[in-house]
Design a binder for this molecule. Structure first.
Ligand code: BG6
Length: 489
């Protein structure tokens, strides 16, 4: 992949005063500017419904940037340059007549990037209006998740966008694909023949993917209760990680070669029928407990909670991929809110060698594991067996890590936020870190059957105490196979 250089473009940001824009997008754009990766001519047009003086809204954005950009990264000169790039237009996104002001502002730009930091139901109307005012041809549209809440609704949204934009101009964000370690997965797998020869059912016994968060719902009850952890996290982030681990080597690094391979994985995911749901899927909901040593309320006691809600805040699934490479290798996925720590990691467990020559009592010592940590402390560690040092130790084995800790190794280099990478790739017109329509649809297809199964069974989610690793049933899901979740205390 060539080293990235800046290209000029104008970014039009729908929903510029919303949470995502304020917390993630402006800080990310600022960091790109600071790194010299925004072209001198790049402009950012902020769009929101709020009326009033543009300068007031721009000052508000500036204020939030000071909250979300680390103090040591705030540079007066860069801030001033960044401010000069911004302008603000108040508009109703669904009203065609409101687009005249936008055309007047950006009509002369060669390349436009329209970022939709809005609810998905307005994607269609915005696209229609961009097309009607003649801007569609030169525009790349960036869509945030969630795209719909099931296959049918996602198709409707995707079709409404596709009515005006070809797939080559559509960038569907899954911010996990912008995380450095996730991209490193591609390098690790395909730049090291050592791993690729071992990457199959002959050598790997099982795979774990954990995405745990300490936070609860944080004032997002309205959105989250409609979605739940399956739609919010598994349908996108965890299935994307699974795809990157399980896919066959693409023929090249082009967006479509990578995405073709990911789609094959999604298509090969074994369905889980309602009869098998109780053994292979666990849904949980947190009850009051403690977090960082402080008592915290349960999900149903959060602000504005519907006390009858049976929305899950935790999911564990034992997934299987039906193909030659992975037949018989379970992929255990789990993700939850209000877990003991923020942790996103993938653990690849390699099989033991078939003939064991060491003392039998040492056999339970686990052999090779590859641990890929996305957060915190991004890094990769390979657990290998070595001999204990010392004359008195004989052939006493121990398991220790061969470690590559990115935050330590690249101390001087800041690890960029996922949105920085993704925004940069859009400005370059690279789609390989974005999700294609058929990926979204196949992911929904698999999740929809789980949701339908839950509905059919009618079981409520299993309670777990805030600050724990989830319901007991999630332990049983893996111990039943004679295994345990890596690192759980
Ligand atoms: C978002 C989900 O996509 O990812 C949130 O909607 C979740 O519920 C977040 O908190 C987690 O992202 P990260 O990068 O903090 O792991």
């Amino acid at each position: 992949m060539p080293v990235i250089t800046a290209k000029p473009c104008t970014l039009i940001l729908f929903g510029a005063l919303g949470d995502l824009a304020l917390r993630k997008l402006f800080p990310a754009l600022y960091q790109l500017d600071r790194a010299g990766l925004l072209h001198a001519d790049t402009r950012i047009v902020c769009l929101a419904r709020d009326q009033g003086e543009p300068s007031t809204h721009l000052a508000f954005i500036d204020d939030w940037m000071h909250r979300y950009i680390p103090v040591m990264d705030l540079d007066g000169e860069v801030l001033e340059r960044f401010r000069q790039r911004l302008s603000y237009i108040s508009m109703e996104f669904a009203k065609p007549e409101d687009y005249a002001a936008l055309v007047a502002e950006v009509g002369d730009a060669d390349t436009l990037i329209a970022y939709f930091a809005t609810p998905a139901f307005v994607y269609g109307p915005i696209c229609a209006n961009l097309a009607a005012c003649g801007l569609a041809e030169k525009t790349r549209v960036v869509l945030e998740k969630p795209i719909g809440h099931d296959l049918e609704s996602s198709r409707k949204i995707n079709d409404a966008v596709a009515a005006h934009f070809p797939e080559s101009q559509i960038y569907r964000i899954d911010h996990y694909l912008g995380k450095e370690t996730v991209q490193n997965l591609i390098a690790l797998r395909f730049a090291n023949s050592l791993f690729e020869t071992q990457w199959n059912q002959h050598h790997i016994s099982h795979v774990e993917i954990t995405v745990a968060e300490v936070v609860g719902i944080e004032g997002r009850w309205g959105y989250f209760d409609q979605a739940g952890q399956l739609r919010d996290m598994i349908q996108n982030h965890l299935l994307q990680l699974l795809c990157l681990i399980a896919m066959d080597p693409p023929s090249d690094l082009s967006a479509d070669s990578i995405r073709d391979e990911k789609v094959k994985v999604l298509k090969a995911l074994a369905p889980i029928t309602p009869e098998h749901m109780s053994r292979e899927v666990v849904r949980g909901q947190y009850v009051a407990g403690s977090s960082a040593g402080k008592p915290v309320p349960g999900y149903l006691e959060e602000d504005n909670a519907n006390q009858q809600s049976d929305t899950e805040t935790y999911v564990a699934v034992r997934a299987e991929i039906r193909n030659w490479r992975w037949s018989g290798v379970p992929f255990y996925l789990r993700t939850g809110k209000r877990m003991p720590q923020k942790l996103s990691q993938i653990v690849i467990h390699f099989k033991e060698s078939s003939h064991y020559i060491f003392a039998p009592e040492q056999r339970p010592l686990v052999s090779n594991r590859l641990i890929i940590r996305l957060q915190p402390d991004e890094g990769i560690s390979l657990q290998v067996m070595t001999k204990d040092q010392g004359l008195d130790k004989g052939m006493q084995l121990r398991s220790g890590p061969l470690q590559l800790n990115f935050s330590e190794t690249y101390k001087a280099a800041r690890i960029p936020d996922a949105y920085e990478r993704l925004l940069l790739e859009v400005t370059q017109g690279n789609q390989y870190l974005f999700v294609r329509k058929d990926e979204v649809e196949h992911a929904w297809l698999w999740c929809d059957q789980l949701i339908a199964g839950w509905k059919q069974l009618g079981d409520p989610p299993k309670p777990y105490a805030a600050g724990s690793w989830g319901p007991m049933a999630a332990m049983a899901l893996i111990t039943r196979d004679g295994r345990s979740w890596y690192g759980d205390l």
